[in-house]
Design a protein around this ligand. Structure first.
Ligand SMILES: [Zn+2]
Length: 226
């Protein structure tokens, strides 16, 4: 409603642009614009000097892909219903932009990415966290969107190019835990349904991470005696 009032004010000031933006564009045009604008925002905020293009694709598959030769990023219609925030879309786009950065490193890199895609997935998730933070998005949303779309299958059980869902989630969590802990300490997604489910299903793994990075009493006393 507020937006509508703003539009009226703008209209009376002979600036009808927001009418076109808000009311007359069909859903798919809006998605195209949103994806494109966010993609370019992430590129600019991270000072990425390589060109990439962004497309909304009407495929119903729950996916987003990067075409390695053209460095074009395609967000499929099928993934849209899974997203509840800008942060989550930023997570998807940042992951693909990370693939785009690698795709720019030449033909040999592109061959490696195609022949061993899984090894690039963890790296793409980690780099995506950096890209999100630099562009002003909350990286915890990466865990949330992955929890919704990343199935629990082992690499030897399917032809999927992506690693087992929970391993990816835990790896992203560990990276945020070590690099950007402030987002977990002051966590705006703490009560999010999908984040709560991540906490529930990864208790053992998160305990191991806490122990790995918390110096034991023995280590602390060793340090003090030196
Ligand atoms: Zn990927």
């Amino acid at each position: 409603m507020k937006k509508f009032i703003l539009c009226l004010i703008a209209f009376t000031m002979a600036i009808p642009a927001c009418f076109a933006d808000e009311l007359f564009l069909d859903k798919e045009t809006k998605y195209q614009k949103q994806i494109m604008q966010m993609g370019f925002k992430i590129l600019n905020a991270n000072q990425i000097e390589k060109r990439m293009t962004f497309y909304y694709d009407t495929s119903k598959e729950v996916n987003a892909v990067t075409a390695l030769t053209s460095k074009s990023i395609h967000v499929y219609k099928g993934i849209i219903p899974f997203m509840d925030s800008d942060d989550e879309l930023a997570g998807i786009l940042s992951h693909e932009i990370s693939h785009g950065i690698d795709a720019h490193k030449g033909l040999w890199r592109r061959i490696l990415m195609t022949s061993a895609p899984k090894s690039y997935e963890y790296q793409a998730d980690q780099r995506a966290v950096d890209l999100m933070v630099n562009a002003g998005y909350n990286p915890v949303a990466m865990i949330i969107i992955l929890n919704k779309i990343s199935p629990e299958q082992n690499w030897f059980e399917s032809s999927s190019t992506h690693p087992e869902g929970s391993k990816r989630l835990v790896a992203v969590y560990e990276y945020i835990y070590t690099q950007y802990p402030e987002y977990l300490i002051n966590n705006k997604y703490q009560n999010n349904l999908y984040y709560q489910n991540f906490l529930l299903t990864t208790q053992k793994e998160r305990k191991e991470i806490r122990e790995k990075y918390t110096p034991s009493v023995k280590n602390v006393s060793n340090k003090q005696s030196k």
